[in-house]
Design a binder for this molecule. Sequence first.
Ligand code: SF4
Length: 734
Amino acid sequence: MTRLRDRLAALVRADDGPLTRELLREPGRFGLGQLPVRTAPDSVTTLVCGFCSTGCGLSAHLRDGEASNLSPDASHPVNHGMACPKGWEALSALAAPGRATTPMVRNASGALLPSDWPNALEIFTRRFGEIIEDHGGDACAFLGTGQIPTEELVYLGALARFGMGFAHGDGNTRQCMATAATAYKQSFGFDAPPFTYRDFEESDVIVLVGSNLCIAHPILWEHICRNTREPKIVVVDPRRTETAMAATHHYPIEPKSDLYFFYAVANVLIREGWIDRAFIDAHTEGFDEFAAAIAGFTPAAVTDDVGVDIAAIEELAALIHAGQRVSFWWTMGVNQSHQAVRVAQALIDLALLTGQIGRPGTGANSITGQCNAMGSRLFSNTSSLFCGRSFASETDRREVAEILGIPLSRVTDRDGLAYDQIIEGIHAGRIRGLWVVATNGAHSWIHQSGFIAALEKLEFLVVQDLYPTTETARHADLFLPAAGWGEKDGTFINSERRIGLIKKVRRAPGQALADFQIFRLIAEAWGCGPMFAGWKQPEDVFDTMRALSRGRTCDLAGIDGYAMLDAVGGIQWPLPEGVRLEDHHRRLFGDGHFMRTNGRALFVADRPVPVPEPCDDTYPLILLTGRGSSSQWHTQTRTGKSKVLQKLHRSEAYVEISALDADASGVRDEQWVVVRSRRGAIRLRALIRPTVRAGQLFVPMHYPEVNQLTHPSFDPHSRQPSYKHCAVRIERDG
Ligand code: SF4
């Protein structure tokens, strides 16, 4: 039998595909990107921002066909002419020095040297082919991202799992929204964030949990500022964040005591009869079991655990009761916890208890992190088969096979491993090849040294990104140069389920290609190109997305193409075929019908469990991490390239400490200190601030050092890392 590696090598050598032929003939033309800039040479075109999930509309001002500047789109339904600093500066990252302009290959001496696409494709197919031939598809995995367009996520998920036979694939959405997705699926029957941003403007009581909206999602804070109902703004957060300072009520609960706190609030609501019995009876399941499960969580019973007094808990319950329109919003302070799914569901439970869902200004609403985390949740083909289907269901697999026009046998019936399990599999020697697309786990993954040690154990690591200098790319055996946001076409789906368009308004440098085109080349080189022959441009995949979603909760079938999205500034799902788009701000569950088989939402409660790494005499302080600035994005891969954004935040990593702990440690403001955990020690500037309470430290997530400290623990249901709690100590440096 011909060995797979020989067959793959022959395929590349044979140059029998039109795409490969064209590439070999004219690599320079591919270097400028295959798709032409489609807008008039000197004009303005609009596209969605490529950083956070808010999904602001930006206007790209074109000169000679390329964007020379950006401004917020005044007509866009999301941002009404506003943008945060990242949006204004989004072009800077594209023009920054250090972009990859050719594929790069690591040589025998360990240097990553420029190469070309034919060589890169030969190495890619040969090395992964060898691993699969010798160890099977179980030995290969990919890690994707919520930062690339949905069409590219579809292609990557289908190519790797159906075309190439990789058993495992996940993405950085695991770090961001896995908890919300799991909570919604269990409670509602589908991963369906119910809200529209209008709900910020229409609430009487806005409860923000683990969300520093003012700096993490500043345009959403602007929506609150537009609220004319004089809302109560409640912040539940251990830190006195910028948002807590602007709120009407702040409950600084102990880190990770959320379950005790919200169960006690529910306990008061039930005790006082402040529940919507008609809604509960008509639209939910499991209320009696829930009430029994939380009966012991009285305010008096939990006050020591939560660190706020009985009156505070009763006050919040009374605020919720008094509100006609109450909305509950959460983000990473909830999602990145050791019991994250249950905390998210405690908020869902509060909305169900009080009937605060499906009406203007209400809802149990998760705010997303990355620009396309929602696209990744529905279309990456990783944690679920396309559009929330199940890999285990033959009916679901058959549907997907028919829509994609591929044999049923190519659609795997196995769930792949989650991100942390992939890393564990590499350590155990079971996973030998990894393909990383547009994510930087060597900075962002929890317990950094463990992640880097895993990369070093791999037989073959491919990194596909804009810069060969990311912390992850530095370990690559093969680097593939990718075009970034603004250099390619596609769609993103924002927090409120709005699908928006991104466009190519710049040419990628050198031989860098849109990820979409890289996937096409790899499919052809691997020999599975015919499976995806219909996907020549991103909009072809968008047509497939419409078909995959037809009749499902996330139905896009009524969006007849990119032109329709462009005309109206994005469209929220669902929009079934034949339904007229009459309202640009739609919420779910107005009819009280949920997606579980009985149509009812489920109450869920669980027993709180202790934090995985409690403080002790050696490590007496709790380390909190989070977003530190509106001007930086995650690992600074792009925002770190902007001189303007650099001026808007501290270049040196810093730690916020309370005056009490600073006194106890002999630390002065602006002094260098060392923060140490069981996994590492990092040097930082100490800032004595009232934002953290005694016993707690805060370090922003944007600095690469921080994950040297974090503790690798995960929510058992969502497998999302718990970044927000580990035990540390602080020492003066020198
Ligand atoms: Fe809007 Fe987020 Fe982009 Fe800022 S980063 S402009 S808030 S989408």
